[in-house]
Ligand binder design. Structure first.
Ligand code: PDD
Length: 286
């Protein structure tokens, strides 16, 4: 059963609860996280909560929800919903106050959350996806997971309209790829894995960090955290995107150009298998 949490209580997701002068509603003034639930367990919740705290700090929203409290609400919503495999979305806004651009005094941050059933797209993981190339028109603090997503939404809608499954964005001024509209981008060339450095132009994905810190060192691949051009990506042997929802998903075509031999590559497949092994250990062998 889909379920939501709003300002302290569990409700149905379609109950009317948005407060008119919530700054999240009026300004997109807030942050969010998306976590995946496998076998009634939230995967990598500690990493998501750490990023949530960082996003709040960067937006100067006071931290009023402790990690333990947020973890407890995650556990409660999983239990009460009865959902075994799904996605949890939560957001914390600056709170409710009279509409002025500057931060209102004495405003209290507001937490809301939803849980829905979902599973990773195994067909995409087996066969790979086709991605379009889109100009990255987002602001210059993409490292903060804010509610403002119109740049990402435009890229996603354009891809959808073209019948594509994924998006790869590049900055026009530098002709360098940043990331997907809701994923991090990687390519593999001559055995080396390339991905954008975790600076202000990309979101430091939890899945990206897990690959770089917990998986790749064991597999022994070389990683270069350096921005690449679309031309370089098109000539890669393999490409893939990562996110909480996509896990590790091969990219077999970019802007109409086949990547490698058009099938998911060996490096990508080994990363996905290792990621699944980590999920199994964390969520099924507790
Ligand atoms: N998106 N880059 C962007 C712009 C993202 O929105 C996301 C996640 C990622 C990958 O981050 P992670 O590995 O922590 O999921 C990278 C989520 C899933 C979303 O917006 O639904």
């Amino acid at each position: 059963m889909e379920l939501a949490f709003f300002d302290g209580t569990f409700i149905r997701p379609d109950e009317r609860k948005v407060l008119l002068e919530d700054r999240g509603y009026q300004f997109g003034d807030g942050i969010y996280e998306v976590t995946r639930v496998y076998n009634r367990t939230c995967f990598a919740l500690d990493r998501h909560l750490a990023r949530c705290r960082r996003s709040l700090r960067e937006l100067r929203i006071p931290i009023t929800y402790m990690d333990e409290e947020l973890a407890a609400i995650h556990h409660d919503i999983i239990k009460k919903s009865g959902i075994k495999d799904g996605t949890i979305y939560f957001q914390i806004t600056r709170g409710v106050g009279k509409r002025t651009h500057t931060f209102p005094d004495q405003v209290v941050p507001l937490l809301s959350m939803t849980i829905r059933e979902s599973k990773p797209n195994s067909e995409w993981q087996e066969n790979g996806i086709h991605c379009g190339l889109f100009e990255d028109i987002r602001w210059l603090r993409c490292d903060i997971k804010t509610l403002n997503l119109l740049g990402n939404i435009f890229a996603k809608q354009d891809a959808h309209d073209k019948g594509l499954q994924g998006t790869i964005q590049y900055r026009r001024n530098t002709n360098l790829i940043t990331e997907g509209a809701s994923s991090n981008f990687f390519c593999v060339k001559d055995g080396v894995i390339w991905t954008h450095p975790a600076d202000n132009l990309i979101l430091k994905g939890v899945t990206r960090s897990i690959l770089l810190e917990e998986i790749i060192p064991h597999l022994g691949y070389t990683v270069v955290e350096k921005a690449i051009s679309p031309e370089f990506a098109l000539s890669a042997d393999e490409a893939f995107v990562t996110s909480t929802s996509l896990e590790v998903t091969p990219v077999v075509n970019i802007a109409g150009h086949t990547i490698g031999d058009g099938a998911p590559g060996k490096v990508t497949q080994s990363l996905l298998a290792s990621y699944h092994a980590l999920v199994k250990k964390a969520c099924y062998e507790k």
